[in-house]
Every structure is written in C-alpha cells, then in structure tokens.
Write a protein that binds this ligand. Structure first.
Ligand code: NDP
Ligand code: DGY
Length: 328
C-alpha cells in the first residue's frame, strides 16, 4: 500500500459493475472518484471531475475530446473506456498529448453476436408484432397469410464489416442453413474462409443479400454509409440489421425505405441519438424493431468488461503493458 499522498487520482464517469471497482479499490494505487449514478454525467460535472486526474475510466456515452483532456490537465496518463467502440474518443488529440487508451475488445464479441442473431430473427420473423397481437386481441385464429416473415434457410447474408463481431455473427448464422455469406470492408479477411465468406463490393453485397447485417466500426468513412442510395439497391424483401453504431445509418433514409416498402424490415440495437426520443418516427413502424443498445448486456460480459477496463487503467497508470491497449 502506498501512502495516501502518493495515490493517483482516477475518475470513473458512471457506476460500473463491482468487478471493475474491486480491481481499482484493491490495487492500492489509486484514489477513485466516482460519478455515483446510473445516468450519464453532465458535461460540467465531467469537466470538473477529471480535473487533476491521472486516469479516466469512461463510457461510450462520454465524449472525450480536447476540452476534457485540457480539464484533466498534465497528470493525465490513461483513458480506459468500457467499450470496444472508441468513436467517442478524440484519438488524434489523445495521441498528441501522449495519453494511452485502453478498450474492451474480444470479451464482448460472443454476447454482441448472440444479440445480433436474436435481433435478426426477431425482426425477420416479426416476433415483437406477434407478441403484441397476442396481447391486444389481434390473434383471432391460425391464419395462413398472417404474420409471415423471412427465414434464413437457403438465404444470402451480407455482413458489412467482418471484424471480431462480424465473424462471430457469421459463425452463428451459418448453421441456420445460410447458403451464401458475403462480406464487405476495406480489406479481405483470411479468417472469412471459416464461414465460406466471399469478399464483395458494398454494391454487390446489398443487391444480392436477403439479410444485411452492419457490424463495422464507426469512422468518418462509415458515417452515414447506409443511406438512400444503399437502401435503393437492396431487395424489396431485405431485412436490415445494425448493431454497430447508429451514425452508420441515415435514419431518415431508413424510415423512407421502411415506410415505402423499399425494404422489408429493420432491426436496430443502436440509433442516433441514444436514447431515441419516444416520439421518433421509426418507433411508429411495425417493420422496425429497436433495442436500447444492449448488444453486450449479459451480467457476465459486463463484469468481465469492467474488470478488463480497470486492469487497462491500472497498467496505464503504472506504465506497464495493458491487457487491451488501443493502438493510436
Ligand atoms: P473490429 O475492429 O474487429 O471490426 C470492425 C470492422 O469494421 C473491421 O472488420 C473493419 O474492416 C470494418 N470496417 C471499417 N471500415 C469499414 C468500411 N468502410 N466498410 C466496411 N467495414 C469497415 O471491431 P469489433 O468487431 O470488435 O466491433 C465492431 C463495432 O461494433 C464496434 O466498433 C462498436 O461500434 C460496435 N459494437 C456494438 C455493440 C452493441 O452493444 N451494439 C457491442 C460491441 C461493439 P477492415 O479491417 O477491412 O477495415
Ligand atoms: C461497445 O463496446 O462498443 C458497445 O457498444 C457496448 O458494449
């Protein structure tokens, strides 16, 4: 144990699973200040809270930019985010200041892929609509033409972004009888062989797929990638699923594609903004299933993410190798 005066200041921007807090508290290295709430920290409190911090443990809902880094000041050595996505971090600015970044790849891949499959099936087979009909008395009889959807057997699936999660989704979908698996991205992936994945241009992927699944990271290049032009190339029977980031999709264009019957249905775990306002037009559509960004939300995954995130932070404080450091 070091003396109190030597403890390094760590600011944690939200209540996190106890597995993470335990790592920090038992390290004997740091004095932890916590924004003790399940709700996001207001910007002014964030700027105040990070002042003098050596380490910041943040969430994907915290925008960590030059203002926050300046507010933290020269002590800042490490920013550790409880997420694999890092589009909320101004990486250029962070790199310039010599601050290291930890994140949580791999440990949430299975949970997120599983949720993506659940969302795809729920959307394609109209499960939320069916549940609603049972509750509201719309279920009058077994009807041959009622609540029909689309099945995976014999289908073509297109995965936009065959990274860790994209590949895990493909692995899970193949046993449903998927006939062809296409994927797009900046580079072809040798690991695609495992799922007989065929590297395709985005245009080809969207025009040939029955299911289009988005699992790429949000970058300037992928921002608004799924727009009117893209939806107009999809099959009218296509089911679109996004579990990456909301900003990859132009939501007005998606609304138009769904309400005009240009595509069959969409399942979204991520939106812009988050939370999506309850009066948002997409929420009025029966063929749009929206979840509140719960891709990685299993108890065990969130515990492991918190532990990894805390260990990344400690490594950043001590200048040692991080379990998962983001290459800046
Ligand atoms: P990876 O870095 O392993 O995968 C990201 C993929 O995005 C890479 O394969 C990359 O392909 C691809 N990509 C980048 N640019 C493009 C592009 N222009 N077109 C198509 N693909 C592109 O990350 P993960 O798989 O671990 O995570 C992916 C994302 O999923 C995260 O960034 C996060 O936003 C989101 N996520 C959402 C969760 C949820 O709760 N809904 C949970 C966890 C993650 P290439 O190598 O060819 O550039
Ligand atoms: C991430 O990690 O980027 C997800 O969006 C939440 O787990």
């Amino acid at each position: 144990m070091q003396g109190t005066q030597q403890l390094l200041k760590v600011f944690v921007t939200r209540r996190i699973p106890q597995e993470g807090m335990r790592v920090l508290n038992q390290s004997g290295l740091c004095k932890v200040s916590l924004w003790d709430s399940d709700e996001p920290i207001p910007r002014t409190d964030l700027l105040q809270g990070v002042s003098g911090a050596h380490g910041i443990l943040c969430l994907l809902s915290d925008r960590i930019d030059a203002e926050v880094i300046n507010a933290a000041g020269p002590n800042l050595k490490v920013i550790s985010t409880l997420s694999v996505g890092f589009d909320h971090l101004a990486v250029g600015e962070i790199k310039k200041r010599g601050v290291r970044v930890g994140y949580t790849p791999d440990v949430l891949t299975d949970a997120t892929a599983e949720l993506t499959v659940a969302l795809l099936l729920a959307t394609a087979r109209r499960i939320p609509e069916g549940v609603e009909e049972v509750k509201n008395g719309g279920w009058s009889s077994w009807k041959p033409l009622w609540l029909c959807g689309y099945g995976l057997s014999g289908s073509t699936v297109g995965v936009i972004g065959l990274g860790r999660i994209g590949l895990a989704i493909a692995r899970r979908l193949k046993p449903f009888g998927v006939k062809r698996l296409l994927y797009s991205g900046r580079t072809s992936k040798p690991q695609a062989a495992e799922v007989d994945g065929e590297f395709a241009s985005l245009d080809r992927l969207v025009s040939e797929s029955d299911f289009v699944v988005v699992s790429c990271s949000l970058t300037p290049e992928t921002q608004g990638l799924c727009d009117k032009a893209l939806f107009s190339k999809m099959k009218k029977t296509a089911v679109f699923v996004n579990t990456s980031r909301g900003a990859v999709v132009n939501q007005e264009d998606l609304h138009e594609a769904l309400s005009s019957g240009r595509i069959a249905a969409a399942g979204l775990d991520v939106t812009t903004p988050e939370p999506l306002p309850t009066d948002h037009p997409l929420l009025k559509l029966k063929n749009c299933v929206i979840l509140p960004h719960i891709g990685s939300a299993t108890y065990s995954t969130r515990g492991i993410m918190a532990e990894l995130c805390a260990n990344n932070l400690l490594a950043g404080l001590t200048g040692s190798a991080m379990p998962s450091e983001l290459a800046l």
